[in-house]
Write a protein that binds this ligand. Structure first.
Ligand code: GLV
Length: 314
């Protein structure tokens, strides 16, 4: 029932109650379909599509798809709903980890840390130079959070110490962020134009695809730092690479990519980028807690109870 891998913190909870089969990280699609056959629950993750074909291969007894992650753009919710399959995710567990990585990428990109370290490692360092490696300071910067949900809100808390203005976009106003952190809700275009640092915290969806495109990039300041720890699809990679190469924006920090684990190789030669391989939730605490949540969701559904983290609308 585990189509790739669940960490022991969650797997043990499942094994106490159910027969658990796990395919490992290299499982291919046909192995997944074969292993899903007859399962009551599937543990899935963002690396593969949970579509009608996979649900059909599992069979009509399937009751729950527990996605190991907060995002569920890999899951066809309509197909699950049509088959009466509950979908769950792991919100909350990775909020701190992901917000902290966004901050790490923001600071690394703003100071071009990866390139500076590369210079040092390659023996190219010629000594202290007053002109070289000048980057952007975040103290006093206007910071824009696109999608002020759990992770975006936590990111805003973390950057509050920089002391500049804080802007956000959100479908709903966030009185807590406004009262506690002095945040101001604005339209996306205004946020892009006013912010020195822009951090994306939206889920991947058809509506959010290429939210940051050529037009959006041209609205940003030439010194703006763009950070994406949400989904690769939020950003038009080719447009971002062009903007970096043409010095139209300041820097970018990325943890997620269109088509990952593939990514546009242009990022490797673009200046002022900090790149991470989708590790937003990768802390010991977060990944263990996510694993436990996956198990708690599966157990609840298979024991006929409401799961702690049902995905809305299924
Ligand atoms: C990771 O990207 C997640 O959605 O949890």
């Amino acid at each position: 029932m585990i189509l790739r891998e669940l960490l022991p913190a969650g797997r043990q909870l499942l094994e106490e109650k159910f027969q658990v089969t796990s395919l490992g990280l290299d499982a291919d699609r046909s192995q997944m379909k074969a292993a899903a056959a007859g399962a009551d629950g599937l543990v899935t993750d963002l690396t593969f599509a949970v579509d009608d074909e996979l649900l059909g291969a599992a069979g009509p007894q399937l009751k729950v798809v527990a996605n190991f992650g907060v995002g569920y753009d890999n899951v066809d919710l309509a197909a699950c709903a049509a088959r009466g399959v509950t979908v769950t995710n792991t919100p909350g567990a990775l909020t701190n980890a992901t917000a902290e990585l966004a901050l790490a990428l923001a600071m690394a990109a703003a100071r071009d840390l990866p390139a500076a370290e590369k210079d040092l490692r390659e023996g190219a360092w010629q000594g202290w130079d007053p002109r070289r490696w000048r980057g952007f300071e975040l103290s006093g910067a206007s910071i824009g959070v696109v999608g002020a949900g759990r992770i975006g809100g936590r990111f805003m808390e973390l950057v509050a110490g920089f002391g500049g203005e804080r802007l956000y976009t959100s479908r709903q106003p966030k009185p807590d962020l406004e009262n506690r952190l002095g945040a101001e809700r604005v339209e996306l275009d205004e946020l892009l134009a006013r912010s020195d640092l822009i951090s994306l915290h939206l889920p991947g969806s058809r509506e959010s695809r290429h939210l940051i495109d050529e037009r959006a990039l041209r609205l940003m300041k030439r010194t703006a730092v763009l950070v994406n720890t949400g989904r690769g699809t939020l950003v038009d990679s080719a447009a971002l690479i062009r903007a970096l190469k043409e010095d139209r924006i300041g820097a970018a920090g990325l943890d997620v990519y269109e088509g990952e684990p593939d990514f546009d190789p242009g990022f490797l030669t673009a200046p002022r980028v900090a790149l991470a391989p989708h590790i937003g939730s990768a802390t010991y605490r977060s990944r263990d807690e996510m694993s436990r949540l996956v198990a708690a969701n599966v157990i609840a559904v298979l024991e006929g109870r409401e799961p702690p983290n049902p995905v809305p609308g299924v």
